[in-house]
Ligand binder design. Structure first.
Ligand SMILES: Cc1cc2nc3c(=O)[nH]c(=O)nc-3n(C[C@H](O)[C@H](O)[C@H](O)COP(=O)(O)OP(=O)(O)OC[C@H]3O[C@@H](n4cnc5c(N)ncnc54)[C@H](O)[C@@H]3O)c2cc1C
Length: 452
C-alpha cells in the first residue's frame, strides 16, 4: 500500500474511533447499545463508559469512583478488560507524540494505536523494534498484557516501555521510569490494568528501517522438527502458520530488515517448502487484500512487521483466539504434543501461528526470564467447542509450564496459572500499594491474579 493511502486510512480509523457510537455515546456517560469487545464474543458487564479528555479529568473520575476499568481498543478476547461498574475511556486524549531524540524515546497518550504512531515516527526518521500482527491496538492496552510480535531476538512490545505516567487509585499522578524505578518499574509494565489508569507511555525508539517479507508454502513438519532453530534464526521475525490438517506447516512468513546484519537469500525451495509466487493470507483460502505486502518487496517497517494492514479488518474477523507460551528450548516437543491433538483441534480452527519471542524481565510477562515460543490458535467463533478443546491443549502443555496469553481465551485453573509466575506475589503487593481497595480489579483479576 502506498504511504499516502496508509496515512489516509490510519487517519480515518483514528477519526472513526473518536466518532464511533461507542465513544460518542460515552459523552453521555450512559449508552443504550451494548458495549462489546472487538471480536463481539464478550458483552461487557456495564454500558457506563466515561470519556476523559485530560489527565485532570482522569484524576477526578478515579477519585470519585469506587470501581472501574480502563478500556483500551477492546481487542482482548476474554474478560480481562470487563467491568460491572464503570469504564474509563482515554480515546479522546490524542495529543501529538513527544520525541526525545537524545534519550531515543517517544512519549504517547496511552490510547494511541500503533497504527497512528508508526507512520508519525517513521516520517521523523524513527521506528519501533517490533509490532504485533495488527496495528489497530492501543499502546497501553498492548503493553499491559505482554502483547508480542515474532522474532527470537525480539522481546514483546512491553519491552520497549521506558516510562509510564499513571493515575493511581487515590487520584495521584505517578511517573515510573526504567532508569529510576528498577524492580517496581519491571512489575508495573505488564500490569493487566490492575495498578491504575495509564495516561502516557514512553517507548524506546531506533532509526527507521525498511523491511521485507517472503512466504513459503507447505513445509514438512519433519523439516520443522529437524531444523527449527535454523528456521527461527533465518529472519528478523518468523511465523509458522498451520491448520494441523496435513503433515505440513501451511505457510512460513519470514520478515527481514533490509540491510540488516543477516540477509535472507530467498531460494525457490527451502527446507522442502516452496516460495509463494503471490501475496497470501495466513489462512490460505482467504484473499490477501488485507495482508501486508510480501514477495520480498521492501517497505517501511510498519507496513511489513504486522501481517495485517491498518484500515482493514485484521485477521479473520469473526473469530476467537487463544495462545500458549512454552520454553523455547522445548519448542519442537511442545509443537508435536499439540500436533497429536490435531483431530480435536482442526475442526474448530481457522489457523495456528507459531512465533518465537525473546526472554524479558517484566514480572507478569509470559516470557519472564524465558526465551519462549508461543503457539497461537485463531478459532471459529464457537465458544462451546473451543471451551471443550482448550483443557486438552492446556493439559498436554502443562509439563512445559505453559503460560497463556493474558488477553486471550484459556481455562487453566488460577492456582496453576499463579504457580507459573514466580513474581506474582510481588505483583500482588505492588497492586496493594497503588490500589489498596482493589478499585481497578475485576472478576478476571480477582480470580486469576489476586486469588479471591
Ligand atoms: C485480531 C487480533 C489480533 C491480535 N494479534 C496479536 C498479536 O499479534 N500478538 C499478541 O500478543 N496479541 C495479539 N492480540 C491480542 C491483543 O493485542 C491484546 O489482547 C491487547 O491487550 C489489546 O489491547 P487493547 O488496547 O485492545 O486492550 P483492551 O482489551 O482494551 O484492554 C486490555 C487490558 O489493558 C488494560 N488497559 C488498557 N488501556 C489501559 C490504560 N490506559 N490504563 C490501564 N490499563 C489499561 C485494560 O483494563 C485491560 O486490563 C490480537 C487481538 C486481535 C483482536
Amino acid at each position: 500500500m502506498k504511504k499516502r493511502t496508509f496515512l489516509k486510512l490510519a487517519g480515518a480509523v483514528g477519526a472513526e474511533s473518536i466518532l464511533s457510537p461507542l465513544l460518542a455515546a460515552g459523552a453521555k456517560s450512559k449508552v443504550t447499545e451494548k458495549l462489546k469487545n472487538w471480536a463481539g464474543n464478550i458483552e461487557y458487564g456495564t454500558e457506563n463508559l466515561r470519556p476523559a479528555k485530560s489527565v485532570g479529568e482522569v484524576q477526578d473520575y478515579v477519585r470519585k469512583t469506587g470501581k472501574l476499568k480502563v478500556l483500551g481498543t477492546r481487542h482482548c478476547f476474554n474478560t480481562i478488560a470487563d467491568s460491572k461498574d464503570g469504564f474509563l475511556s482515554l480515546a479522546d486524549m490524542q495529543d501529538a507524540p513527544v520525541l526525545d531524540e537524545a534519550a531515543k524515546t517517544v512519549t504517547v497518550d496511552a490510547n494511541m494505536t500503533y497504527g497512528r504512531l508508526a507512520p508519525w515516527l517513521s516520517e521523523r526518521g524513527y521506528g519501533l523494534h517490533n509490532l504485533a500482527s495488527l496495528p489497530h491496538i492501543s499502546v497501553a492496552g498492548a503493553c499491559s498484557t505482554g502483547t508480542h510480535g515474532s522474532g527470537e531476538k525480539n522481546g514483546n512490545l512491553s519491552t520497549a516501555v521506558r516510562g509510564l505516567e499513571m493515575v493511581a487509585a487515590d487520584g495521584e499522578v505517578l511517573q515510573l521510569s526504567q532508569l529510576k524505578d528498577g524492580e517496581t518499574f519491571r512489575g508495573a509494565v505488564v500490569s493487566l490494568g490492575a495498578l491504575g489508569a495509564i495516561t502516557k507511555v514512553t517507548l524506546g525508539i531506533e532509526p527507521t528501517f525498511q523491511a521485507r517479507q517472503w512466504v513459503y508454502e507447505n513445509m514438512p513438519m519433519e523439516a520443522v522438527k529437524a531444523h527449527f532453530d535454523e528456521i527461527e534464526a533465518s529472519g528478523y521475525s518468523v511465523s509458522l502458520f498451520t491448520q494441523w490438517r496435513t503433515k505440513n506447516v501451511d505457510e512460513v512468513w519470514i520478515k527481514e530488515r533490509v540491510g540488516g546484519a543477516k540477509q535472507f537469500a530467498a531460494k525457490p525451495e527451502w527446507f522442502g517448502a516452496k516460495l509463494a509466487t503471490k501475496n497470501l493470507h495466513p489462512i490460505a483460502e482467504l484473499g490477501a487484500e488485507n495482508c501486508t505486502e510480501q514477495m520480498g518487496v521492501p517497505g517501511p517497517w510498519y507496513e511489513r512487521l504486522p501481517h495485517f494492514k491498518m484500515g482493514f479488518t485484521p485477521s479473520a474477523g469473526k473469530e476467537l483466539q487463544s495462545e500458549f507460551f512454552v520454553p523455547r528450548k522445548q519448542a519442537t516437543e511442545a509443537i508435536f504434543t499439540v500436533e497429536k491433538l490435531h483431530e480435536k483441534i482442526s475442526p474448530h480452527l481457522l489457523i495456528t501461528e507459531i512465533r518465537a519471542i525473546a526472554a524479558d524481565d517484566l514480572w507478569l510477562s509470559p516470557c519472564y526470564q524465558q526465551d519462549s515460543v508461543a503457539i497461537h490458535f485463531t478459532w471459529q467463533q464457537d465458544w462451546p467447542a473451543v471451551k471443550a478443546v482448550l483443557p486438552e491443549i492446556e493439559k498436554a502443555l502443562a509439563p512445559f509450564g505453559v503460560r497463556p496469553h493474558w488477553g486471550k481465551l484459556f481455562t487453566i485453573e488460577p492456582a496453576a496459572l499463579r504457580s507459573r509466575y514466580s513474581k506474582l506475589p510481588a505483583f500482588v503487593e505492588l497492586a496493594k500499594k497503588y490500589d489498596p481497595a482493589g478499585k481497578f480489579r475485576n472478576e478476571f483479576l480477582n480470580r486469576n491474579v489476586f486469588g479471591g
